[in-house]
Design a protein around this ligand. Sequence first.
Ligand code: PAF
Length: 305
Amino acid sequence: MTSLAPSRSVSSTGGPVVTRTADDLAAALGRSGGSRRTNARTALVPTMGALHAGHAALLDQARDRGDLLVASIFVNPLQFGAGEDLDRYPRTFDDDLQLCAANGVDMVFAPTVDTMYPGGRPQVTVQPGPLAETLDGTSRPGHFGGVLTVVAKLFGLVRPDVAVFGHKDYQQLVLIRRMVTDLCMPVDVVGVETVREADGLALSSRNAYLSAEERRAALALSRALRAGSAAGPAGVDGVLGAARDVLAGEPSLAVDYLALRGVDLDEPPASGEARLLVAATAGTTRLIDNLPVLLRHGTNEGTPQ
Ligand code: PAF
């Protein structure tokens, strides 16, 4: 691990500076004197570690948008429900540091649970509102409250000008944008297209849990989304029908939901941009994925994510 360089963003060895406490972070950001911001434009990529090429794409976008690139690595207990995979969530800190170094990260903030939640669960948390009660929120009650609370805390600690999140967790991205707007947080939120394996599987730290057979079955998710997206000109029923047909061909997947929504996860429009989202369990691993759809507008080739 690289040692902390006071008030500088780059360690003496050229890798990212690693900080673990709020004080060390403030010192490394040059804010120990209490000044609110450095002159550098700070870009933050919040992560739970187990970094892969999808995270590298987030870092890439963040690097272009800031002078100082900070990645946080924190497996946030608050966003895991009882019986979920908090204990077995992959922790690959040394590899994560290497990926950060290779992707130009200046500073890694890797707090302990005690640093983030001194005294245990915080008394004041972010209430994510009704959007958190649909889609993933139905199967994961409390999840988005935990996500928004930790993101709000990271924003408070790092005070980024810009923060970058993946489209892969689309509901999370929409909720973070909502929080930033509703709570007047001075952060630009940037969403980045999902990175996929050559065969279509969306990259996810949880893919590590999949057996070869489960991984094969999981490919039905991206196939279904692609089929649904291609059926955009056929309207809402056509999109859902096309995606359902693909999922029906893979009975080993336990589908949690398949939903077509507007881009803000409201009702889908009769025509225009929408989002097709799916969640399913392969073996014991819950997977999510989504794609854009252009409804009733000719073909949707080239629709940006
Ligand atoms: O997307 C994730 O990895 C996490 O939900 C986040 C945003 C880092 C909060 O813990």
